[in-house]
Design a binder for this molecule. Structure first.
Ligand code: VTB
Length: 328
């Protein structure tokens, strides 16, 4: 009998990484200082990531855009002992949500085999459409909004008027918002955080049927990693909004017409994804403090097995102090 060796589930180790980032960011919730919140999350993420058994390279990081000192694109992460992987991080998806104490800020990380994650280069914005497994064959980013909604409604055995579409509340999405309203579907506008939005669209019982509109390209790649496990789909197309983005896209030879399917954003069957709530949200509870310490809630996804785990953590006060001291 041939022996099938169980493979490691790196997502469970990644939960420790996003938990640490969320715990470090949590003291900044509502304090109006998104830079300090982000710095704390970045430092904590980097600190714990150093102990994970991977030979990782950040391909989606804090980016040149923010002039980030750590977790920048190209940085080597992990202890170098495990598999070679591409790493995508967003220590806080929703820094403004965190600073304002609003719903759905989370810390997130995704891994996939080396060379498999799409590099958005300098194009920061992407048009996206994302749905769960029940409607994955119903969407086409090239189709008119009304047609996508009609097909998703059929796939989900609902009326169009029963659908809720989540979008970032930005002027760049106004035309799409108009089209969705004309088609008769309901809308949930979010201020930030479309990784959480995409995962909600692909998870059952969240009240969100689709996520659409123009958001960040890095967030699109990270969400695509989650889709591999959740069985949903995310289609995207680069949508540069800024003049220098448009110039750079041309200089970098990026194809702005190409439809990027989930398998173009993650060219691998092997991805891991973990996220921890910073503020409360529909997807995950945020960091809460009790006399006995802090609690966290995380989601861990592994594509090979399709396993979705919700992980509740209880963290003792002295451990918390230790973490916060270690990251300075
Ligand atoms: C997008 C979205 C993110 O920031 O990147 C957005 O994908 C930035 O859009 O989830 P603006 O430049 O219009 O603010 C988030 O909402 C949060 O990082």
């Amino acid at each position: 009998m041939s022996e099938v060796k169980p493979e490691r589930n790196l997502a469970l180790e990644l939960v420790r990484v996003t938990e640490a980032a969320a715990l470090a960011a949590a003291p900044w919730v509502g304090r109006g200082d998104k830079i300090s919140a982000d710095n704390a999350a970045v430092n904590a993420m980097r600190f714990i990531l150093a102990s994970v058994d991977i030979d990782g390279t950040i391909v989606i990081g804090e980016g040149e855009k923010d002039n980030a000192p750590w977790l920048y694109n190209g940085e080597k992460v992990g202890n170098g002992k495990g598999p070679k992987v591409d790493v995508a991080v967003d220590p806080i998806d929703g820094t403004s949500l965190t600073a304002n104490g609003q719903l759905n800020a989370l810390s997130v990380i995704a891994l996939a085999d080396q060379g498999s994650l799409y590099s958005p280069k300098s194009v920061f914005y992407m048009n996206k459409i994302c749905v769960g497994p029940d409607a994955k064959d119903a969407v086409d980013i090239d189709a008119p909004v009304a047609e996508n909604l009609r097909k998703v409604a059929i796939a989900k055995e609902k009326r169009i008027s029963d659908l809720t579409v989540m979008l970032l509340n930005r002027p760049r999405n106004d035309e799409m918002i108009k089209q969705i309203r004309l088609a008769g579907a309901r809308i949930r506008l979010i201020q930030d955080g479309d990784v959480a939005g995409a995962v909600m669209a692909a998870r059952p019982n969240t009240g969100v049927d689709l996520m659409m509109g123009i958001g960040g390209t890095p967030e699109g790649v990270i969400a695509a990693c989650a889709m591999l496990t959740l069985g949903g789909t995310l289609q995207g197309r680069l949508a540069p909004q800024l003049e220098d983005e448009k110039r750079n896209a041309a200089a970098e030879g990026l194809d702005l017409k190409q439809v990027l399917h989930t398998h173009d954003l993650v060219k691998s069957q092997n991805s891991f994804f973990a996220a921890t709530g910073i503020t409360d949200g529909e997807l995950l509870m945020g960091v809460r403090y009790e006399a006995t310490g802090a609690t966290t809630q995380s989601i861990a996804l592994r594509s090979r097995s399709g396993t979705v785990r919700i992980v509740n953590g209880e963290h003792r006060p002295e451990k918390l102090v230790g973490l916060l001291n270690s990251i300075g």
